[in-house]
Design a protein around this ligand. Structure first.
Ligand SMILES: [Zn+2]
Length: 710
């Protein structure tokens, strides 16, 4: 009852006052965001920070008609922090911005900021905003609080943290991979995945600031800032300006630990390195799509993050774009997709407050050369990466860019390796002939088609036959970070295409992605076993596709192929005669080769998956010889990539079983389902139970700064 009344009064404050009493200045946004503490939630909803962690204070103020805002005051715990006047001058880490604001605000609205605030005193702090307009009217918003979280102090501190992030990896993804990798006998698993053996297990709520269903930007950002971000935004709070790089920032775990104790940062992914998950550890933006600016900041702000390892795909953002234009349907000179519109220039107050680089719109920048000129070593292929690490001493800083955009997935990388060796008989789905055997590139840049075998595997079509597996990258990253490691490191390793292939509902491809990811987890686990001051976490940012393990295939590949040909699209055959449920599913029995992956993904008894968050698709239950098109790749408009299935509903449409989606668009979507988390090493015990994704940040902080009892 009382909560209902309180909610009504909140509504009145938000909506009625401005229209009925349209005369005082309206304070329409206060950052960091918090729920009014007198609103009566069972848990206070406040922004939380670690002691001395930096974040921006910001407010949007809208004046009455015919007036302007003349002054904005930030008051903390009753004491004025700063008073910013329209006349200026004001401290160089503050701003009073009236242009470039979003549509829908009253004329002469203002966004006022105080950059890089921090607070050492633990506990709840009260933030008051006071605004004055040109007719002398004043509004004060006294509802906002933030908390500096209290750490317990013990002697045993974690020095390093490794976060394994299986993008989109829910419980089903893990179960399916375990069944494929280990098999079951008499109802018991014959073995476990590496991630199954972590001694501590938790369950994580994954919501973002503005939705129960997050995307990967807040999904990662929430773990490493301790604060909720909006979808598509990373390392920032939402604001009312159009600029994607000027949002109020919150300091990342990497930046915070680097500033207070000198830690290093490593980012390893199978995605394009500009992608949301890696970027949400080091780059602050409200638009995860701003590739040029994101990759530029990895280098430009390495002194803020301590970045020493950056590996994955995404070379298209690092190559100079002399013309500044993008062409997807023509083989351009080098595959660059740098543009001025996706690049960054920071406002002066942000530069002054954070010590960040100013930035420049420079599509012509040769970012690989710029990395090299500041001492980084560069690996364009797996072979070069191995050679760099085989030298006496691993490089101090290592950049690895193994493809133009997202790397090829394990299914296709393993196929490429098997096709190039005597294991070619075990290529999945006739994979050695799946591709045309030649990428759409003819200009002989560094790695394209160099040493390409005549085999027509998919990796040759993409032009990158020599890509490392995630476990190989993880091993190298740890060798680089482990040297000169007095101060510790933060390493984030992402299995990115667990998510991407789940969106595409390409079951066998995402199952192999989980297997690849788990092999990387095993590498981190071995490191922590010999470095007991290391904390290792394995989790996901969210679940993707509503994947569900429905049973197994009752017939063999030849029968499926015959059924697809003789009775295309018929549920009475393709579903009713083939899908084994309950005891009809029995126990799938895959044969695993020395490379760690199944000899054949299309066995009788193969694991079958249904999708609860699916778009329209056609199901054959067999592996797809070729992956579904990836719109991020620069040459998808050119043969042979242009001949790959454009989206899931364009795949197997001629014979597969049509399954109507219940979500709009042509991809399966993320779900709001909780995700499992495993922890091992120092501080692992903090991760037992059920918690919010932002809690993970404070648990890591407790392990690394507060310490735990051993
Ligand atoms: Zn996703």
């Amino acid at each position: 009852m009382s909560r209902f009344l309180v909610s009504l009064s909140l509504l009145a404050h938000l909506f009625l006052l401005p229209s009925t009493a349209y005369s005082d200045p309206l304070i329409s946004r206060v950052t960091p965001p918090s729920k009014p503490y007198h609103q009566g939630q069972s848990e206070p909803v406040t922004a939380r920070f670690l002691t001395d962690q930096r974040f921006d204070l910001q407010t949007t103020v809208q004046p009455d008609k015919g007036t302007t805002i003349t002054r904005v005051q930030f008051i903390i715990d009753g004491k004025e922090l700063v008073s910013i006047s329209s006349e200026g001058p004001h401290p160089n880490n503050t701003s009073f911005v009236t242009s470039g604001l979003v549509d829908g605000l009253r004329p002469n609205s203002v966004v006022a900021s105080y950059r890089a605030y921090s607070q050492k005193k633990e506990g709840i702090h009260k933030l008051i905003i006071k605004a004055e307009q040109s007719d002398g009217k004043v509004t004060a918003d006294e509802w906002h609080v933030f908390e500096i979280v209290n750490l317990q102090h013990s002697s045993a501190k974690a020095k390093n943290v490794i976060i394994f992030l299986g993008d989109g990896m829910g419980a089903t993804h893990r179960t399916a991979a375990r069944i494929v990798a280990q098999g079951y006998e008499q109802g018991k698993a014959n073995g476990r995945l590496a991630m199954d053996t972590f001694p501590i297990t938790g369950l994580v709520m994954t919501a973002s600031l503005n939705s129960i269903v997050t995307d990967s930007s807040p999904g990662m950002s929430n773990y490493v800032t301790g604060n909720k971000a909006n979808n598509n935004e990373e390392g920032v709070f939402p604001d009312d300006t159009k600029d994607a790089f000027d949002n109020p920032r919150v300091e990342y775990l990497s930046e915070y630990l680097h500033r207070i104790k000198g830690t290093s940062l490593g980012l390893v992914t199978t995605a394009d390195v500009f992608d949301a998950t890696p970027a949400a550890n080091a780059v602050h933006t409200s638009d995860r799509g701003k590739g040029s600016g994101i990759v530029d900041q990895y280098l430009d702000d390495q002194k803020l993050t301590g970045l020493r390892v950056l590996m994955g795909g995404g070379r298209k953002w690092f190559l100079p774009n002399a013309s500044g234009k993008i062409e997807k349907s023509q083989p351009v000179m080098n595959g660059s997709q740098r543009t001025a519109s996706s690049d960054y220039v920071l406002p002066d107050d942000l530069v002054a407050g954070w010590g960040a680089a100013k930035g420049a719109k420079d599509p012509e920048r040769n970012l690989i050369e710029d990395f090299r000129s500041t001492g980084w070593k560069y690996a364009p292929t797996n072979t070069v990466m191995r050679n760099l690490i085989a030298e006496n001493k691993p490089p101090h800083q290592l950049l690895g860019l193994f493809s133009f955009s997202n790397m090829n997935v394990a299914f296709d990388k393993i196929n490429g390796r098997r096709c190039a060796s005597e294991a070619s008989a075990s290529a999945f789905a006739n994979g050695c002939n799946a591709g045309a055997g030649k990428g759409p590139f003819g200009d002989g840049t560094e790695t394209i088609l160099s040493g390409a075998s005549p085999a027509g595997s998919v990796v040759h079509d993409f032009g990158f036959p020599d890509q490392p597996m995630l476990d190989e990258m993880t091993d190298v990253a740890l060798k680089v970070l482990d040297q000169d490691n007095e101060k510790g490191f933060v390493l984030m390793v992402e299995g990115a295409s667990i998510d991407k292939q789940s969106h595409l509902m390409d079951t066998d491809r995402w199952i192999l992605e989980v297997l690849e990811f788990d092999r990387a987890v095993a590498v981190g686990q071995r490191y922590a076993q010999v470095h007991p001051d290391t904390l290792v976490i394995v989790t996901a940012d969210h679940e993707c596709s509503g994947a569900s393990l429905i049973g197994s295939l009752k017939v063999n590949r030849d029968t499926v192929t015959k059924n697809l040909a003789s009775d295309p699209g018929k549920a009475t055959v393709l579903r009713d005669k083939q899908v084994g449920v309950y005891e009809g599913a029995s126990f799938p029995r895959y044969r695993i080769l020395a490379d760690g992956y199944p000899a054949d993904t299309d066995i009788q008894g193969k694991v079958l998956i249904g999708y609860g968050a699916n778009a329209d698709r056609y199901e054959t239950w067999l592996s797809n010889p070729r992956p579904t098109s990836d719109s991020q790749q620069p040459f998808i408009g050119v043969e042979p990539l242009s001949t790959y299935p454009a989206h899931p509903a364009a795949r197997n449409a001629e014979n597969g079983l049509f399954i109507a989606g219940q979500v709009p668009g042509d991809n399966a979507v993320h779900t709001g389902t909780d995700v499992p988390l495993g922890a091992m090493g120092r501080g692992a015990s903090l991760f037992s139970g059920f918690f919010d994704n932002t809690d993970v940040f404070f648990k890591i902080g407790q392990a690394m700064l507060g310490g735990v009892r051993e």
